[in-house]
Design a protein around this ligand. Structure first.
Ligand SMILES: Cc1cc2nc3c(=O)[nH]c(=O)nc-3n(C[C@H](O)[C@H](O)[C@H](O)COP(=O)(O)OP(=O)(O)OC[C@H]3O[C@@H](n4cnc5c(N)ncnc54)[C@H](O)[C@@H]3O)c2cc1C
Length: 421
């Protein structure tokens, strides 16, 4: 019987969820190997938002000062009407969230956030054993024995005391475990585009987007549009949701053009075309919107799923990676306190602590599909007045979400913001 200090964990997938888990386990003294199928570690060229629930987890891992250097902080969440851009509701973020939730709402370029996590995983000065990262290590099979092992396409075998499948929405680990097929195509697609922030600032029609940083959602019939600045205003990140091209259900992602993106939002407020037309074709792509149905089965003996592998959700709460980060914190708490004999039970406790909450976020994201896309009429008017009259506690409250997973860690609970350099 060994203690957690001599555990070996194999994590399949080096995305934001896998790396957060790797770092959290490392800090509990667990030896971690990350297997990543891509030839290089990295993330796609797009933005990502972390609400206080995720910021809290990342700060608990000691990443505050590194993240502060790469973050952009929106001052408000703004919801606008599609046809004339009228503000339906404006929610202050910034310092208010820090006061309420002890951590901020920050936005990043994904590659920057991923790099901060990777640096911390590999830092020889960091707490716990340095993480081993293997790239070009696509896992194709699992031996689910007492000591689980991941087997790669090249036939290499990586054995651990515990194995974590953080390999995304089309998880090979999940398939190998024979878990239920919970994948659902939503019939929608997301355009992703990164636009030069200087172009946004230079045009009088879009200048307002650079003068004060917001996290903005435009609501319209069958479509919505999300945008925010990253890299301190050097880039403007757009996620634009629309009914999917028929081919995408099979292809999952395809190139797109700025012209297609603009045409998708024809008839919307003129400022929408003004901003979207500034994208360069090579920075525009479309992605099929798939999700997983709610499913509490995340664990089999000494193998657990984490992140999109178990609770992939529509991005309409901007919470998929954030929920994976909450998973990571809880997984580390449970595994950090046991010997190898206690791993299977620790994984069950992990799933018990996480599945209900992650499922609630999946449901909330799904509900936004209809809520955001109402045609003009009585239901839309009722929605808008609910948002306008938001008093802090209502059906549209983020309170339950932003308070975060309940964690035991005294290091996280005792943090006050801002901390560290
Ligand atoms: C348009 C859009 C906007 C979003 N915005 C936000 C947001 O603002 N905030 C937020 O919190 N979430 C957001 N999300 C959700 C978020 O991107 C995902 O939930 C998150 O990336 C999931 O992380 P993950 O580590 O579980 O999986 P992934 O990011 O998919 O990472 C899985 C990793 O495993 C690797 N891999 C896959 N298969 C194998 C294999 N067989 N062997 C080895 N490695 C493998 C992959 O290469 C990848 O590196 C958004 C999603 C979309 C589509």
């Amino acid at each position: 019987m060994s203690t957690s200090q001599s555990f070996r964990a194999v994590i399949v997938g080096g995305g934001l969820g896998g790396l957060t888990a790797a770092l959290a386990l490392r800090q509990r003294g667990i030896r971690v190997t990350v297997l990543e199928s891509a030839p290089d570690m990295g993330e796609i060229g797009a933005g990502i938002q972390t609400a206080p629930n995720a910021s809290r987890v990342l700060f608990g891992l000691g990443l505050h000062s590194a993240l502060r250097r790469i973050r952009t902080e929106p001052q408000d969440q703004v919801r606008r009407r599609w046809s004339d851009g009228r503000i339906i509701a404006q929610l202050p973020l910034g310092a208010r969230l820090v006061q309420h939730y002890g951590a901020p709402y920050w936005q990043y370029h994904r590659a920057d956030l991923h790099q901060v996590l990777l640096n911390a995983c590999l830092d020889p000065e960091g707490a716990g054993p340095v993480i081993q990262v293997r790239t070009s290590a696509g896992v194709t099979g699992i031996d689910n024995c007492d000591r689980p092992a991941a087997v790669t396409a090249a036939g290499d075998r990586f054995e651990g005391d515990v194995l974590v499948g953080a390999d995304g929405i089309r998880s090979a680990v999940r398939d190998a475990l024979g878990f239920a097929d919970t994948l659902v195509f939503s019939g929608e697609m997301a355009y992703r585009a990164l636009i030069d922030g200087e172009l946004i600032a230079a045009d009088p029609a879009t200048r307002f987007l650079a003068d004060r940083f917001h996290s903005t959602i435009w609501f319209g019939p069958d479509r919505h549009l999300v945008h925010y600045m990253i890299r301190g205003g050097r880039q403007f990140n757009v996620v634009a949701i629309a009914p999917a091209r028929p081919t995408l259900e099979q292809t999952w992602t395809e190139p797109a053009t700025a012209g297609q993106l603009v045409a998708e939002f024809a008839g919307w407020d003129d400022r929408v075309a003004a901003m979207l037309s500034k994208a360069k074709d090579e920075d525009v792509s479309v992605w099929a919107m798939y999700r997983r149905r709610r499913d509490p089965v995340w664990v089999d003996r000494r193998i657990a799923l984490l992140g999109d592998a178990c609770h992939a959700m529509l991005p309409y709460q901007a919470q998929g990676a954030s929920q994976a980060m909450e998973d990571a914190a809880v997984l580390a708490e449970e595994l950090g306190g046991v010997t190898t004999d206690g791993i299977a039970q620790a994984l069950r406790r992990y799933a018990n602590r996480r599945a209900t909450r992650a499922g609630m976020v999946q449901d909330a994201a799904l509900a936004n599909k209809d809520f955001y896309h109402l045609p003009d009429g009585p239901q839309q008017e009722e929605r808008d007045s609910r948002l306008r009259d938001f008093t802090g506690e209502s059906l549209v409250s983020y309170d339950w979400l932003w308070r975060g997973a309940s964690l035991n860690q005294s290091d996280v609970e005792s943090m006050s913001y801002p901390f560290g350099g």
